[in-house]
Design a protein around this ligand. Structure first.
Ligand SMILES: *Cc1c(COP(=O)(O)O)cnc(C)c1O
Length: 376
């Protein structure tokens, strides 16, 4: 690392920190299909129902004030989030997507060389956030594509400052029961911040799951992050939020940009979270299709990891003509865009977002043809 130090006399231009250049830039899900084919984008876990009509109306109304700086405290949004979840608005921080908050946490808590831990098939943003802050990423192995509390705890050293856990995890769709999350927290030193990324919490119907609000309320070293990009259908607006202890809220409010959410985002987010009926419809649609898709794809001989979120991880055989890579090309030609997850260490799999009825039926039919070897 020292060889890339800005102090090197031979440098002829500004030199970024070495850990920043160790980052492989995030590659988003594809969104293109061949010309003339109806496109179903099932690659980024967006909702097929779109946002609440009330959110769209609020966004349009906000177009009348674009010359005015937004409220730097995002007060209307924090109050709407607090009302919907029974929380103290003063312990909520909003971000330009939860991605911004995940990065801000790394900047706030990692000194260069400090370690951040995350799971083997965990969300790629954690590695990026840790490296961008000058930290050292440490990977904990998983068991059955699921976070393993003992493995995470065994990776904690006296340099560890932060642990990221997506629960449920993307791209596997698996989750840790709340008892296991509490066991993880109990095993961590009080100086390590546990980040519970609950981007898909609204979709989970398992009785033993909790997003983590209760844990945050009683500890100084736990935060929960949430997003408006998934069930609320506002991915394009970039809205995330965090619920945390006073100390974390205070430092994030010091280091974040003073106007990190746009006015239209604040207005649309506040309207979206108040529309309970729209969220329920999205969750019901998902609950109907999750077992249906899992069963139908399993019946084709594919391995589908049981998921509690709005996507499934589908694993393909090794056999030529049946691989994940070939399936991806076959589906793309038919306008069905899934997510390759090779960069998550899962080269034999694709991630499928649950779409509308038409898209889901089309995926089942196309994968049936693919597995039969019917390339017509
Ligand atoms: C989609 C997703 C997010 C949300 O990111 P935003 O920046 O809020 O759009 C966060 N964490 C995980 C695990 C996700 O899959």
């Amino acid at each position: 690392m020292t060889s890339a130090s800005p102090a090197t006399p031979a440098a002829t231009r500004p030199v970024p920190r070495a850990s920043a250049l160790a980052i492989e830039a995030y590659v988003p899900g594809k969104s293109k299909a061949p010309a003339g084919v109806r496109l179903h984008k099932l690659s980024s876990n967006e909702t097929p129902l779109g946002p609440s009509p009330a959110a769209i109306a609020a966004f349009r109304a906000a177009a009348d004030g674009l010359e005015i700086y937004p409220d730097g405290q995002s007060r209307a949004l924090r109050e709407a989030i607090a009302r919907a979840n029974g929380l103290d608005p003063d312990r909520i921080v909003c971000g330009a997507g939860s991605d911004e908050l995940l990065s801000l946490l790394a900047y706030a808590y990692l000194e260069p060389g400090d370690e951040g831990v995350f799971c083997e098939h965990g969300f790629l943003v954690y590695r990026i956030a840790i490296l961008a802050a000058g930290g050292v990423p440490v990977v904990a192995p998983e068991t059955d594509l699921t976070a393993d509390v003992d493995a995470i705890l065994s990776r904690v050293t006296d340099r560890t400052r932060i642990v990221y856990l997506a629960n449920p995890n993307n791209p596997t769709g698996t989750y840790l029961p709340f008892d296991e999350v509490k066991r993880l927290h109990a095993g961590l030193p009080k100086t390590v911040l546990l980040v519970l990324d609950a981007a898909y919490a609204e979709y989970v119907r398992a009785n033993d799951y909790a997003a983590g609000i209760e844990l945050v309320a009683g500890a100084e070293n736990v935060v929960m992050t949430r997003t408006f990009s998934k069930v609320y259908g506002l991915a394009s607006l970039r809205i995330g939020w965090l619920y945390g202890p006073e100390g974390v809220v205070d430092v994030l409010n010091r280091i974040r940009g003073p106007f990190n959410l746009s006015g239209p985002a604040i207005a649309a987010g506040a309207a979206a979270i108040a529309d309970r009926a729209h969220i329920e419809a999205a969750v019901d649609h998902n609950a109907r299709w999750l077992p249906e898709l899992t069963g139908a794809l399993g019946a084709l001989g594919l391995t589908v990891t049981p998921s509690v979120a709005n996507f499934v991880l589908v694993r393909f055989p090794d056999a030529p003509g049946r691989t994940a890579k070939e399936a991806d090309a076959f589906l793309t030609e038919r306008g069905l865009i899934l997510r390759s997850v090779a960069s998550y260490g899962l080269p034999d799999a694709l991630r499928l977002t649950i779409g509308d009825d038409e898209a889901n039926r089309a995926v089942i039919a196309a994968l049936g043809a693919f597995m039969r070897g019917d390339r017509g």
